[in-house]
Write a protein that binds this ligand. Structure first.
Ligand SMILES: O=C(CO)COP(=O)(O)O
Length: 127
């Protein structure tokens, strides 16, 4: 089963909810995991089932990074707020870096997220 992580900074959470609603039928076939607040909101506002890690600032990004290091994830949608400093920037940088190391698809904007989701859907159809 395709395993996808969902992460969004606070200003980007409405965009994440909107994206999850737009792709709900595809996402309902995925094994979803998210950082604490993102996972909670996506689950509550869409009805999708999302495994929840800790909130980002207290280790959630690091937990997702650990899954990438173990090759447990097929992709990540991480809608970052590029205009607001984050107290856990080192964790965020580590997550981005480990995605590069493992060549794990990582989308950080709505448009790239749509490409990644469409790509994952095409992979499933091709199987
Ligand atoms: O901070 C985050 C990502 O860096 C997201 O964490 P939450 O989903 O808990 O808000």
């Amino acid at each position: 089963m395709t395993r996808l992580a969902l992460i969004a900074h606070d200003d980007e959470k409405p965009e994440m909810i909107d994206l999850a609603e737009s792709y709900e039928s595809l996402l309902s076939t995925f094994d979803l995991v998210g950082t604490g607040t993102t996972g909670k909101r996506v689950a509550e506002e869409t009805g999708l089932t999302v495994e929840r890690k800790e909130s980002g600032p207290i280790g959630g990004d690091a937990q997702i990074a650990a899954e990438v290091a173990e090759d447990r994830l097929d992709g990540i949608v991480f809608l970052r707020d590029p205009l607001t400093a984050q107290p856990h920037e080192p964790d965020i940088s580590a997550l981005l870096r480990i995605c590069d190391v493992h060549d794990t698809p990582l989308a950080t904007t709505r448009t790239t997220a749509e490409y990644v989701l469409d790509g994952l859907a095409a992979d499933i159809e091709g199987d």
